[in-house]
Design a protein around this ligand. Structure first.
Ligand code: HH2
Length: 285
């Protein structure tokens, strides 16, 4: 969790990683798995973005396309229409914004509107996305997914999930670096729930320290996901903030630098306790 001198370089800012960072989820979609339709209206979305910030979000992750299992793709112009006013407004208030998209045309418009980070669930596989990130000097989140949202939960299969995800992320980080993305702008993410069974997700979280050992900060997104519901017997996504907080604490203990969550206030409390216990005798209030 703590690495001397560690930071994350964004487009215009540098975030210190001397404590875990909180990324608040803002889905401007009709169909996201836990909050679909709540923030489709730009005014409601902007208001929620401000609330996330007030509750402690270090960065607000704006997305205009659901990536839940089986979800349908959204045309780029519709995605732009959903996210752009929200990105522009939050960024103009000085809130660091990441754009959650796999489409270079959406990322480009969002960066022009003030976004600091490209959060790409397709792992910066598109060379146009790598070029764009390099030219803009954006922060990037490189996430692992097996297949596409439409197909990813059709019996995902790995020989060694931790090794395969690790190899994929390091390869993609190397491609991004070759394209001109600065090493200290890159964050890697195992993609919890993206083409993974409950067992795969648990293995990746248990071995998170391995992913965190390569020098890239690790982001983890467990928030309200179905594997938590399956383990703990919590069927409704909206009821999963307690189990999310538990997973946040353990992910931090295993080396996560950034956690992506819907309930920022609960995650902040969990992160504070996890950080204090990890620091132990070095902890100071
Ligand atoms: N998870 C989701 C979306 N984007 N980005 C990163 N880097 N890591 C994640 O784990 C991640 C992500 C899925 O969650 P959510 O945005 O709440 O749902 P939906 O895709 O249905 O909008």
């Amino acid at each position: 969790m703590e690495r001397a001198g560690a930071h994350w370089r964004l487009r215009t800012q540098v975030l210190e990683l001397d404590r875990p960072l909180l990324m608040g989820v803002l889905n401007v979609t009709p169909d996201s798995f836990s909050d679909g339709g709540r923030f489709l209206d730009a005014v409601a979305a902007i208001e929620h973005g401000r609330e996330l910030r007030e509750r402690g979000a270090d960065i607000v992750d704006v997305g205009g396309e659901s990536t839940r299992p089986g979800s349908a793709a959204v045309p780029a112009d519709e995605e732009v229409r959903r996210v752009l006013p929200v990105v522009r407004s939050l960024a103009s208030e000085g809130i660091p914004v990441s754009i959650d998209t796999g489409k270079p045309e959406v990322a480009e418009r969002a960066l022009e509107a003030g976004a600091e980070v490209i959060n790409d669930v397709t792992g910066l596989g598109d060379p146009r996305m790598r070029r764009l990130a390099a030219e803009a000097g954006a922060g990037v989140v490189i996430m692992h997914m097996l297949g596409t949202p439409r197909t990813m939960q059709d019996e995902p299969c790995y020989d060694d999930v931790v090794r395969e995800v690790e190899t994929f992320l390091l390869d993609r980080a190397a491609s991004a670096t070759r394209a001109g993305v600065r090493g200290d702008s890159i964050v890697i993410d195992p993609g919890i729930g993206f083409g993974k069974t409950v067992g795969h997700n648990v293995s990746l979280l248990a071995d998170l320290g391995r992913l965190a050992s390569h020098g890239y900060p690790v982001l983890v997104g467990t928030s309200r996901k179905s594997f938590l519901g399956a383990i703990a017997g919590v069927p409704r996504p909206a009821d999963r903030d307690l189990v999310t907080a538990v997973s946040v604490a353990l992910a931090i203990e295993r080396g996560a630098s950034i956690v992506r969550v819907h309930d920022v206030a609960a995650a902040r409390e969990a992160a504070a306790v996890a950080t204090a216990i990890v620091r132990g005798h070095r902890w100071q209030p």
